[in-house]
Design a protein around this ligand. Structure first.
Ligand code: OGA
Ligand code: MN
Length: 283
């Protein structure tokens, strides 16, 4: 039995009494089940290094190789940091800092890939004393509360998700030519069914650029309307980081975003993404 404490009425649970470096098979099965149910798990006091994070990630399944153009490329970890190699804080205009700005838009990790990520595992190595929170929304809860007429209208729609599009919201040049080549736009269903629980959820975020079968303007208006509905404060859990917090979330049925913090504050997080097993729709 896991010691689970809810984080928010609609999403998340803190799991107490576990060290992720040393979890037996029975406990891992319970943790995996809690992940299906709660969509977001918090484990505090996980003082892990990169290898331990990768090893823990592999218990969920294969990890995504980090894409080109991202800090950590060539490994199975993404480094989200504003600390330069020499220990100084990077200016906010640095490319790495601009990518952080793109993370401040609601998104589901890797929805710009043909097979998007199942889970993300994020470790808070250095966190600001104030600000720099990460926020989460249960898109299952959002689906349940959408008006039935809207549910009917969007169930079955397909959106185009495009990495260059979401980066372009921060800076039209942010996605490099190599990234554009590696990450062409992909199709994703707008409403996903969770294989674990059978529940439906809205599947849209910053990477969604248009809706198939709708003209560009109407598609974008619909995407914006749905994200505005989803991000009403009552749906949002705000995670205030403590050092060595480990968050695990289900990208199939949640969106998240980073929050601002003082430019002089150091923030260093490390993320592994557990690969998904199938596209949400035929390409
Ligand atoms: C991520 C992410 C937001 C943050 O790790 O995938 O979007 O708060 N992080 O850094
Ligand atoms: Mn993310």
């Amino acid at each position: 039995m896991l010691d689970l404490q809810p984080l928010h009425p609609l999403i998340g649970a803190e799991v107490r009494g576990i060290d992720v470096r040393d979890i037996d098979a029975v406990t891992f099965t319970a943790l995996r089940a809690a992940f299906e149910t709660h969509s977001l798990l918090l484990l505090r006091g996980q003082d892990i290094d990169d290898d331990e994070q990768v090893a823990f990630g592999h218990r969920f399944g294969p990890l995504e190789p980090t894409k080109i153009g991202t800090l950590g490329a060539g490994s199975e970890l993404v480094i989200l940091t504003n600390i330069a190699a020499d220990g100084t804080i990077l200016p906010e205009t640095h490319r790495q800092a601009l990518n952080t700005l793109a993370n401040r838009l609601w998104h589901s990790d890797s929805s710009f890939k043909r097979i998007p990520a199942l889970a993300s595992i994020l470790s808070g190595r250095t966190v600001p004393a104030v600000g720099g929170e990460t926020e989460y929304i249960s898109m299952r809860a959002v689906w349940r509360e959408l008006p039935p007429a809207m549910q009917q209208r969007i169930d079955g729609l397909v959106a185009i998700h495009d990495y260059a599009w979401s980066r372009g919201k921060v800076d039209p040049e942010l996605a490099s030519e190599a990234e554009r080549q590696a990450l062409p736009p992909v199709r994703q269903v707008v409403v996903r069914t969770h294989p674990g629980t059978g529940e439906k959820s809205l599947y849209l975020g910053s990477h969604a650029s248009s809706i198939e079968g709708m003209d560009i303007a109407s598609g974008r208006a619909l995407i914006d309307e749905l994200i505005a509905f989803a991000s009403q404060p009552r749906f949002v859990y705000t995670h205030a980081w403590q050092r060595n917090d480990l968050l695990i979330w289900d990208n199939r049925c949640t969106v998240h975003r980073g929050r601002p913090f003082a430019p002089a504050a150091a923030r260093h997080l490390v993320r592994a993404a557990v690969a998904g097993d199938a596209p949400t729709v035929a390409q």
